[in-house]
Design a protein around this ligand. Structure first.
Ligand code: AHR
Length: 502
């Protein structure tokens, strides 16, 4: 059998686990908001029209932060359409997704939902069709305490206290020609810098995210970040990364190695940002907000035209996820955690119905997709510090990334409890791999507290409304410890998590 090995060292700390790594994304797109989080009249809707089954699942998923309200949607959005008396709110065309936005839900409703879900809001402003003034206006609405025209409007609308939103995205994917208001890096860099300066005059300690590349395959990848940061370095804290992965033409091997691209993406943008910092002789570091990532069968979407008819909440990109997709999602989380020194915020896109871990039927049930499971377990178990690992693993040839390691892993150590958790994937499409973890550097004898595996003979198995538990985590038996070394056999195409305790 093929073998992989890792030695853990409690002193080799990358950084503390950032809770913001477990962010998600709610966009006014398809059925994410309407019939996703919000469905008045549903038997499980609460007094505000929010689906309590979805709220419970969002809590179980362990989501810490939610980016809102878009996405491509935000680049044509007028935030003020979504506040005030509902019957007076306009219906508008959403050009990004060719649908009708009723504005029944706006920032006041979303802030209520976020409070119930116990998540931080990451708010994106429109820098596609709008600019500095509108960004200042929405900031005044949500964060200014009282006594000004726009903050009093919020109070009159029922929210006496400001929402205190700290993390702000300066637009969305403005490097993409598909984006309403697409810009050159020069144009965007100037606009992002002037918007950031204005927002900081209103509230100096905001955390601001400049748009980075929409994928590592963008022709402007790297040069976009470099130019934007030349203008905005001093006034922003983050640059964003977005990445979606899918299995192309039955090439499961390459797909399972998607985290190789995520690692490359992060390393390249960290290097680019640090190079700009060096040129500017700055000691400040720009961190990464990986605020859109997931598996998305984007090529199917690109090959299918958007609906002819303008509809409210049409079914758009409701991808159904299989076991392999869940293994990739687990691996992408491994990659994000591994980079915790520089990736300190991330959002899986999206939360409900639209390329999402949670699915709903209007008037019907909500259920978990396969990708729900590695996310929820990682969010629950990754505690304390992320450890720096060197994994000694055999490699396999992939068409997309060349030689890739068969096993990928990350570990966390919580100094408060002494717990150590290892997250691992086996990317081999046919064979198990024996994986040993040397824990002998930790004080005291560690034993297995819990161990979980996501694997299936059918790597394309998925959950449905009728069979919502077809793919679940199973308890991972057969973990042996011998003299401080743990050995497990990782099945083909699998994701697993093992927590050790003293
Ligand atoms: O998450 C779906 C879309 O993907 C978002 O609206 C956009 O930002 C990205 O291209």
């Amino acid at each position: 059998m093929l073998r992989a090995r890792v030695v853990l060292n409690p002193g080799a700390v990358v950084a503390p686990v950032s809770r913001r790594t477990f962010g998600s994304f709610v966009e006014h797109m398809g059925r994410c908001v309407y019939t996703g989080i919000y469905e008045p009249g549903h038997p499980l809707a609460d007094e505000d029209g929010f689906r309590t089954d979805v709220l419970a699942l969002a809590r179980e998923l362990g989501v810490s932060m939610v980016r809102y309200p878009g996405g491509n949607f935000v680049s044509g959005y007028r935030w003020e359409d979504g506040v005030g008396p509902r019957e007076q709110r306009p219906r508008r065309r959403d050009l990004a997704w060719r649908s009708i936005e009723t504005n029944e839900v706006g920032i006041d409703e979303f802030a209520k939902w976020a409070e119930k879900a116990d998540v931080e809001i990451m708010y994106a402003v429109n820098l596609g069709t709008r600019g500095v003034q509108e960004a200042l206006d929405v900031h005044e609405y949500v964060n200014h305490p009282e006594g000004t025209a726009i903050s009093e409007q919020r109070r009159a609308n029922g929210a006496e206290k400001p929402y205190g939103i700290k993390l702000w995205c300066l637009g969305n994917e403005l490097d993409g020609p598909w984006q309403t208001g697409h810009k050159t890096p020069e144009e965007y860099g100037l606009l992002a810098a002037s918007t950031a300066r204005a927002l900081r005059s209103a509230e100096p300690d905001l955390e601001l995210v400049a748009c980075g590349s929409s994928s590592s395959s963008m022709p402007t990848f790297g040069t976009w970040e470099s130019t934007v940061l030349e203008h905005a370095y001093d006034v922003v804290d983050y640059v964003s990364c977005h990445a979606y992965y899918e299995e192309h033409d039955g090439d499961l091997g390459s797909f399972l190695a998607s985290a190789v691209d995520m690692d490359f993406f992060v390393n390249s943008i960290v290097a680019t940002a640090d190079a700009v910092g060096a040129r500017l002789k700055s000691t400040k570091k720009i961190n990464i907000s990986f605020d859109e990532w997931n598996v998305w069968y984007l090529s199917r979407f690109q090959n299918a035209p958007l609906p002819e008819e303008w509809k409210v909440a049409p079914r758009v990109i409701e991808d159904r996820y299989n076991v392999a997709d869940a293994v990739v999602v687990g691996n992408l989380l491994i990659s994000l955690l591994r980079h915790s020194d520089r990736v300190t915020a991330a959002c899986q896109a999206q939360l409900v119905n639209v390329i999402a871990p949670i699915m709903t039927e209007p008037g019907g049930p909500a259920w978990k997709q396969t990708i729900f499971h590695p996310f929820a377990k990682t969010a629950a178990l990754a505690k304390g510090d992320v450890l720096r690992l060197h994994i000694d693993a055999p490699t396999y040839e992939t068409a997309k990334y060349g030689a890739a390691p068969l096993v990928d892993a990350v570990a966390t150590h919580d100094p408060a409890t002494g717990d150590v958790t290892v997250f691992a994937v086996n990317r081999d499409v046919t064979n198990p791999v024996e994986f040993s973890v040397d824990l002998s550097a930790f004080e005291g004898e560690l034993s297995v507290a819990e161990s979980w595996i996501l694997a299936d003979d059918d790597v394309y198995a998925y959950n449905t409304k009728e069979a919502p538990e077809r793919v679940e985590l199973r308890s991972f038996d057969g973990v042996t410890i011998d003299g401080g070394t743990v050995t497990v056999t990782l099945p083909k195409v699998s994701w697993s998590a093992i927590r050790f305790t003293r």
